[in-house]
Design a protein around this ligand. Structure first.
Ligand code: G3H
Ligand code: ZN
Length: 283
């Protein structure tokens, strides 16, 4: 069933687990995520970036997501990932997304608060949840790139002011992760997660979570992370499976045969993540 982000993440916040938010661009990815969620009895978030919406079209993504949610026997959120402007967010709300992210992290604190409040006023009026980002997460997520030099960790006092003034449903924090493939091992600032959790007492979101060691993820969840975004790990599972299949079956021209192992590989990764995040068995 389709549920809001707030509904799902409040439960995770109260009970101390995290829900996986996986990026979708096509039918096979949506199916892989839903099959993994049903197999592990896990709530799940299907999220599309602006790049994903540009690739598939907002209508295709919205309808695919809503259809998958309607038919699933676990709670499913259809979420906009890193929405950067007001119009983009409104378009997704109009197409039935149950949750949106407004990423105002390129603005100063006042500007970020202002655009987040503007989105929340409309979104909450129609029952849609809102995630915002405070601090700057490094790396590249589709069209958004933040250099290592520009990445800044979230300040706990600013986080408190931000959530009090905006009434946002969940907050993405910058604590040492980055979007894309890591060069070295990421070092998470666990104390910062703990302090932000204590001071805000609300669902917190970890972006750039692909490639973060399992132990670090577990610790982040134990300290208060409730939504974990995964894109790169799924891309890698997909791409590696396609490459291997094509190498072993160079004469095959059937898209269904080529994509079947990619879907299976993504599903396997997602099942592992759901168990690791603690969402398995929580549907
Ligand atoms: O918003 C999406 C995520 O933060 C994905 O990050 O590609 O490093 O897994 P990732
Ligand atoms: Zn992200």
């Amino acid at each position: 069933m389709l549920v809001t982000g707030a509904e799902l993440l409040q439960d995770a916040h109260k009970k101390g687990y995290a829900v996986g938010a996986f990026n979708v661009n096509n039918m096979e990815i949506v199916q892989a995520i839903i099959e993994a969620a049903e197999e592990t009895n896990s709530p799940v978030i299907l999220q599309a970036s602006q790049g994903g919406l540009k690739y598939a079209g907002v209508e295709y993504i919205a309808e695919l997501g809503k259809l998958a949610a309607r038919n699933a026997n676990v709670p499913v959120v259809v979420h906009l990932d890193h929405g950067t402007d007001f119009d983009q967010v409104m378009l997704c709300i109009r197409h039935g997304f149950s949750s949106v992210m407004i990423d105002g992290s390129r603005f100063d604190l006042e500007g970020n608060i202002a655009i987040t409040k503007k989105v929340i006023e409309v979104a909450h009026a129609v029952g849609v949840s809102v995630e915002a980002e405070l601090g700057k997460i490094g790396g590249t997520e589709d069209h958004i790139t933040v250099s290592e030099r520009d990445a800044t960790f979230t300040d706990p006092e600013e986080a408190k002011r931000f959530v009090d003034e905006t009434n946002v449903d969940s907050l993405a924090i910058a604590v040492g992760t980055a979007h894309g493939v890591y060069k070295g091992e990421p070092k998470l600032d666990f104390d910062r997660i703990k302090v932000i959790k204590e001071i805000t007492d609300m669902p917190l979101v970890l972006h750039g979570s692909s490639g973060v060691p399992d132990e670090a993820i577990k610790k982040a969840v134990s300290l208060g992370i409730n939504k974990i975004n995964i894109d790169t790990d799924l891309r890698m599972a997909f791409a590696n499976a396609v490459k291997q299949f094509v190498k072993e079956n160079p004469d095959n021209i059937d898209p269904r045969k080529i994509l079947a192992p990619a879907k299976a590989a993504m599903k396997e990764r997602i099942v592992e993540k759901m168990k690791l995040f603690g969402s398995a068995g929580r549907a």
